[in-house]
Write a protein that binds this ligand. Structure first.
Ligand SMILES: *Cc1c(COP(=O)(O)O)cnc(C)c1O
Length: 448
């Protein structure tokens, strides 16, 4: 953080401290005191332990969907957390509840929903999707929920939790859903993923929309990973077709704790039709009733929720608006450019071959050489490269398993001597990857 930001933060903390002290003198109870030696000893051990993490903060980390929150985000989180408001009910934290509503309004506007929507933050994308599928079940009782074979495994699992029958739709080679395999009369809701977790693929909302409308089927968009890429919908960096249609969906999930610069504990679900709020109805004697305003606890499956998460997101959105030219747009553009740059470097590489052209910022690739002619050899070398990078602390990648039958369709020159092939995968979600990608590719190539 630069000096100016540091100063602003110190001032904010002091001002909060003043407010805390304004209630009169008090001191923490003796049962809560810890000796200086103890603190020193424990925290010295703690810092040693934490250093056993992979360097998620650094562009050498190009593995899974992981990065630390922005410094202003954790500063805001820490400030709010020192008070620890609970966004279950308005009285649990009036300012943080207000900030949640404001942040949600920003997200709803960003996704093209009008002023009438319903939504809230959740602990995660999993819980957000669970709520969306629960509303799917409640609004279309007895009907099935469909999702593609590339969707996150949570949808199948949550159908189990909700005791709804889930149907997996095959995806054709051109990316379209194979709708001929399902009976539209049986389906109540279909899930469309904009930004799949594995390859960052954008599913064909434009194919599903007219079909779903015709058959009275709801659409749920899982944009847990990809959501923030909507900021590029009108740029020439991505194909904006599907992103421009998001407002047509009945519900949307996005994870601010993935691309939204937030710490874990921040998912979000939005419903286009606010009347689904009726399904959340409860009559709890525990909640507080000092206001007739909407209680977030009345439209959320979770009860206690971190008010600090809402404060952190709100603060982030003040500093980084959801715009193409400012705030999130330029960040997402850098990540996207990193993937495009990496792709073209690998297309021209003698040692690495991209598996597919990335649609967002997830790059998948595999090692090539004259002596490799089977998928088992690709798997073996991929794992070797993966291990070597970590051992030398020079790069951190992830492994990705592809059914060999899919792989061979694109690369028929290899022998499919095993059922799956393991390839390499990099989620380039640091804007710094745009500059680092050249060095990263060089480092990977130097390892075999
Ligand atoms: C990450 C992800 C999820 C699950 O979200 P969590 O926040 O990890 O619980 C669901 N769907 C997609 C597309 C995801 O990328």
């Amino acid at each position: 953080m630069d000096n100016q930001a540091q100063q602003a933060l110190t001032q904010a903390l002091e001002s909060l401290e003043e407010w805390k002290n304004s209630f009169g003198a008090w001191k923490p109870d003796a049962t809560l005191s810890i000796s200086e030696e103890k603190i020193e000893e424990v925290f010295s051990r703690l810092s040693q332990k934490l250093k056993c993490n992979y360097p998620f903060h650094h562009p050498v980390y190009a593995g899974q969907m992981l990065k630390p929150p922005h410094p202003i985000t954790w500063a805001a989180y820490a400030m709010a957390m020192s008070i620890n408001p609970n966004n279950h009910a308005l009285d649990g934290g009036p300012p943080s509840s207000e900030m949640e509503k404001e942040a949600l309004a920003e997200l709803a506007k960003f996704f093209g929903y009008g002023d009438t929507y319903l939504g809230h933050l959740t602990a995660s994308g999993t819980v957000a999707n669970l709520e969306a599928l629960w509303i799917a079940r409640e609004s279309h009782p007895g009907k099935k929920i469909a999702f593609s074979s590339n969707s996150h495994y949570t949808h199948e699992r949550m159908c189990g939790v909700l005791a709804v029958e889930g149907i997996k739709i095959p995806v054709l080679e051109n990316g379209q859903f194979d709708l001929n395999t399902i009976d539209s009369n049986e389906i109540g809701t279909i899930v469309v993923t904009l930004g799949t977790t594995g390859l960052g693929e954008v599913e064909p909302l434009d194919q599903i929309l007219p079909w779903a409308k015709k058959h009275g089927i709801r659409i749920h968009i899982d944009a847990a990973y990809g959501g923030f890429f909507r900021s590029l919908k009108d740029s020439d960096l991505i194909d904006g077709t599907q992103w421009q249609l998001m407002q047509e969906a009945d519900s949307i999930v996005v994870d601010p704790h993935k691309h939204g610069l937030q710490p874990y504990g921040c998912g979000c679900v939005l419903f286009k039709d606010p009347s689904v709020g009726k399904f959340y109805k409860h009559d709890s004697p525990y909640t507080y009733f000092t206001s007739d305003n909407l209680h977030l606890g009345e439209i959320s499956l979770e009860c206690s929720r971190a008010g600090a998460a809402a404060v952190a997101l709100w603060t982030t959105l003040q500093c980084f608006p959801l715009k193409k030219e400012e705030g999130f747009g330029p960040i997402m553009a850098k990540c996207r450019q990193a993937a495009l740059k990496g792709y073209s470097l690998m297309v021209n590489s003698k040692k690495l071959q991209p598996y597919k052209k990335p649609e967002l910022d997830i790059l998948t690739y595999f090692p090539v050489s004259d002596s490799i002619n089977s998928v088992s050899q690709i798997s073996e070398l991929s794992k070797k490269v993966f291990d070597a990078g970590m051992r030398n602390q020079s790069f951190y990648l992830s492994l990705f398993k592809v059914p060999s039958s899919n792989f061979i369709r694109l690369y028929p020159e290899y022998e499919a001597d095993e059922e799956y092939v393991t390839i390499l995968r990099s989620v380039l979600m640091h804007p710094e990857h745009e500059e680092f990608i050249e060095e990263l590719v060089k480092r990977i190539e130097s390892h075999f």
